[in-house]
Design a protein around this ligand. Structure first.
Ligand SMILES: Nc1nc2c(ncn2[C@@H]2O[C@H](COP(=O)(O)OP(=O)(O)OP(=O)(O)O)[C@@H](O)[C@H]2O)c(=O)[nH]1
Ligand SMILES: [Mg+2]
Length: 365
């Protein structure tokens, strides 16, 4: 899984590490220091005056001075200090980042995401001083790692918690995406996963468009012993899902898993139908299901579905195949929504939580 990205980055790091020139620069920096002030002394004038004061006043005055001494007043002072910094020279940075851009593009990271990661890496590298004994390669690796971590840091969505918090009505989870991306299979996996957590589910055969789509979901329902709400092919998908929600309400079922027909964002009729499904049923969670084998296209699709109906998270399927991995980075960045699961095979158990930290470790290990 993600072997290609790892391989590409390894090649990049080797080359970049060898080519990177570091430079030492001496800089003068302002350092703020604090120094103790002398405890205030009584002026001569004040001293004579003090003599004339009563003993009580004198004692009070002395106490005041003692208190001030105890506070130890400090004065801030800025001084110029010379320091030597070692970092990768800007000149070699340009060629390194160009190589990085290529390595990411070749691994299905979308162009705009590549640019953002490269810019982030540049910024981090320029800000980072190389410590004694630190190699350029280490600095490049950790800067890129930090830049990718930033890109993946788009919040989290815990489905199980969200379902358990929603006590008022059944939680409707709608699965949307391109043709053949794995929506229906993922519904089977979700049904199995949720049931194993003691959460009850009903399936809604909302793909009323493609031949045999209803029968396909029906098979999953039978195997998993899950109720299913369906109508004939060609019927109104929004109504099928509405009926499933009503059924869940009546039977006290926790979750409705809504299947939808695969569609391209360019198909305006089907996109309008999807908007209607969303308008009528107001899903609690809309999940974009993307095929990681389609690489760069998956992130473009995710963005267009997010723009059309608003998604809450993505599931990337077929991660068991030798995928490049760049789609994971791109989808999060382009939708601003987290990837929550990876599909890792054709069995019901083949679903894994997506953990950005794990992903980054995997790529850099
Ligand atoms: N290897 C692998 N195959 C998967 C995975 N998820 C789905 N598939 C397969 O991908 C194919 C399409 O899956 P479906 O669930 O029918 O996809 P869909 O999005 O519902 O397709 P449409 O309804 O036609 O839009 C099937 O052969 C699935 O078994 C996965 O994680 N790994
Ligand atoms: Mg389907």
């Amino acid at each position: 899984m993600f072997g290609n990205l790892k391989k590409k980055l390894k090649g990049f790091f080797d080359k970049a590490g060898k080519e990177a020139e570091t430079e030492e620069v001496e800089e003068e920096v302002l350092v703020e220091t604090e120094e103790d002030l002398e405890a205030p002394k009584l002026s001569a004038k004040k001293k004579t005056k003090a003599k004339k004061e009563t003993k009580k006043e004198k004692l009070e005055e002395e106490k005041k001075i003692e208190d001030t001494k105890a506070e130890k007043p400090k004065r801030k002072r800025s001084i110029l200090k010379k320091i030597t910094r070692r970092h990768i020279s800007e000149k070699s940075l340009d060629s390194i980042l160009w190589e990085l851009e290529l390595a990411l593009l070749e691994n299905d990271v979308a162009k705009e995401v590549t640019e953002s990661i490269t810019a982030d890496t540049r910024e981090i590298l320029l800000e980072t001083d190389l410590k004694r004994g630190d190699t350029a390669e280490n600095a490049i690796t950790s800067s890129l790692k930090a830049a990718i971590e930033n890109t993946l840091d788009v919040g989290d969505l815990n489905i199980i918690e969200k379902i358990k918090e929603n006590e008022e009505r059944p939680t409707l989870i709608l699965f949307v995406g391109f043709n053949g991306s794995g929506k229906t299979m993922t519904i089977g996996k979700f049904a199995q996963m949720l049931q194993s957590q003691g959460i009850t589910v009903v399936m809604a055969a909302g793909d009323t468009f493609r031949a045999a789509a209803i029968e396909q979901l029906d098979i999953h329902a039978k195997v998993l012993k899950v109720p299913i709400i369906k109508q004939q092919r060609g019927s109104d998908a929004a109504a099928v899902i509405y009926d499933a929600v009503e059924h869940a309400k009546a039977k006290g079922i926790d979750v409705v898993l809504g299947d939808t027909a695969g569609r391209s964002h360019a198909d305006s009729n089907l996109m309008d139908e999807l908007k209607k499904i969303v308008r009528v049923n107001n899903p609690d969670i809309t999940i974009f299901v993307g095929d990681s084998l389609t690489g760069n296209d998956a992130s473009e699709q995710a963005k267009s579905f997010n723009d059309a109906v608003g998604i809450d998270a993505s599931v990337l399927t077929k991660a068991d195949c030798d995928v490049k991995g760049g789609a994971c980075i791109s989808i999060s960045h382009m939708t601003g929504k987290p990837i929550i699961y990876l599909g890792t095979g054709q069995g019901y158990e083949d679903i894994e939580e997506f953990n950005p930290d794990w992903f980054v470790e995997k790529v850099f290990e």
